[in-house]
Design a protein around this ligand. Structure first.
Ligand SMILES: NC(=O)c1ccc[n+]([C@@H]2O[C@H](COP(=O)([O-])OP(=O)(O)OC[C@H]3O[C@@H](n4cnc5c(N)ncnc54)[C@H](O)[C@@H]3O)[C@@H](O)[C@H]2O)c1
Length: 390
């Protein structure tokens, strides 16, 4: 069986999530490749060596550039903050590697466009990891919408609510730095919500947004990974660093197909951990999803009069639903890590078939354009058309 050699750049949260998914893929899904965890690139030698050992990588490096010239690396996964995505992705594609890239795609839609152009030129497969599309309940929602079960869609109500930044003592980290992250909740959370809205409803046409930074400076600490910031010692620990991103953003959208929608994202929703939700309302029915109960999808069938009293809960597990049959029998729930495996399954199928997978860098252009339109709307306090210069 042909080998597919995977290398990753980044040993943080996503480094773990991707490594886990690559190890699971061939065990649960039939693929015509043997997946080999070839090399991990990190910055700190001890940490990267330890990571390679723990996750089963054959090798490690502290310079990601060394991956480019290697004939025995087929796929490079870019699992670093957004500011690094463009350079790494373009270099990887020029070296003929297939690329998996974490969201948000890049800092600006123009950077995404450069990445998309390079992908077209290089003829490699690219995948932008908006993993929530491949939650079985979300994939089922897509199928039901395509089958016409919702009829004409009138409303998208999306929200991505977290609480982790409420404490003013939480130290400054790259997620609070616009130059590294691109934005706060708009880039971090609404990028996922915009991806889901485009996936299930269609392309946004107009955007209005309001954002807020509640805590405008944060204490410096040793946990800083932002290289351009001073690394702390005892004195530096007392320093405060300005926050340059939003803590919360509320967005209103009009879609090209006439539907109206909203996306609320915040890191200040007390009690909410990873509450990524949507509701879609159509003439024939409606769907509700909450990632904190990711194995369930609620459906209201307006075409059945007896259904008029409430939503039906569909337990999206086991055979018969997208992806879930590969795992466990019905009622045996899956979790956060599984949609990553689903995405890599579709990604390697695209490599096998010389086809494409979505979302990819082309989608990245459209998503980041919406996010930048939201930032512009917030700044200029007006409705922004996606057709104007952003
Ligand atoms: N798909 C999702 O749901 C999801 C969830 C969390 C984060 N993300 C995205 O994943 C990316 C990484 O986020 P994270 O939470 O894993 O961050 P993290 O801080 O946990 O890890 C980032 C890693 O990148 C490494 N890194 C940075 N520059 C590097 C370089 N030049 N060479 C080698 N390593 C380098 C850091 O050392 C660190 O190990 C971001 O774009 C983030 O938005 C996606």
């Amino acid at each position: 069986m042909k080998k597919l050699n995977v290398a990753i750049i980044g040993t943080g949260f996503m480094g773990r999530a991707h490594s886990n998914a690559w190890s699971q893929l061939g065990k649960f899904f039939s693929i015509p490749f043997e997946i080999c965890l070839k090399c991990v690139a990190g910055r700190d030698e001890n940490k990267t060596r330890e990571f390679a050992k723990r996750w089963g990588y054959e090798e490690y490096t502290t310079d990601w550039h060394t991956l480019l010239g290697r004939y025995d690396v087929d796929i490079i996964c870019i699992l670093t903050p957004a500011a690094e995505h463009k350079e790494m992705a373009i270099a990887a594609m020029r070296a003929g590697k297939h690329v998996v890239c974490e969201k948000p795609c890049a800092l600006t839609w123009q950077e995404c466009e450069e990445m998309a152009q390079e992908a077209r030129k290089a003829g490699v497969v690219t995948y932008l990891n908006h993993n929530y599309r491949r939650v079985p309940a979300v994939a089922l929602a897509k199928k039901m919408i395509e089958e016409g079960r919702l009829g004409t869609i009138y409303h998208w109500k999306g929200a991505y609510l977290q609480e982790w930044a409420i404490d003013a003592n939480i130290p400054f980290k790259w997620q609070f730095d616009k130059e590294i992250a691109g934005g706060g909740t708009i880039y971090d959370l609404s990028s996922h919500a915009v991806d889901l809205a485009r996936f299930l409803v269609g392309e946004p046409k107009f955007v209005m947004a309001m954002t807020k930074t509640f805590i405008t400076e944060r204490p410096n600490r040793k946990s800083n990974i932002a290289t351009h910031l001073p690394q702390s010692n005892t004195e530096d620990d007392k320093k405060m660093i300005p926050v340059t991103v939003d803590d919360a953003s509320f967005m209103i959208l009009e879609f090209e197909n006439g539907a109206l929608g909203n996306i609320d994202s915040t890191r200040f929703a007390t009690g909410r951990k990873n509450c990524n939700t949507f509701e879609v309302y159509g003439s024939k029915g409606a769907l509700c999803f909450n990632f904190e109960r990711m194995n369930e999808l609620e459906f209201y069938d307006n075409s059945v009069p007896s259904c008029g009293n409430g939503y039906k809960k569909i337990l999206v597990t086991g055979a018969g639903y997208p992806y879930s049959g590969a795992w466990w029998p019905a009622g045996h729930s899956i979790g956060y890590e599984h949609p990553f495996v689903h995405a890599f399954y579709d990604f390697v199928k695209a490599i096998e078939n010389h086809s494409t997978v979505t979302p990819n860098f082309e989608d990245g252009v459209k998503i980041i354009k919406v996010l930048q339109a939201a930032q512009k709307s917030d700044k200029e306090k007006r409705c922004v058309s996606l057709e104007e210069k952003i």
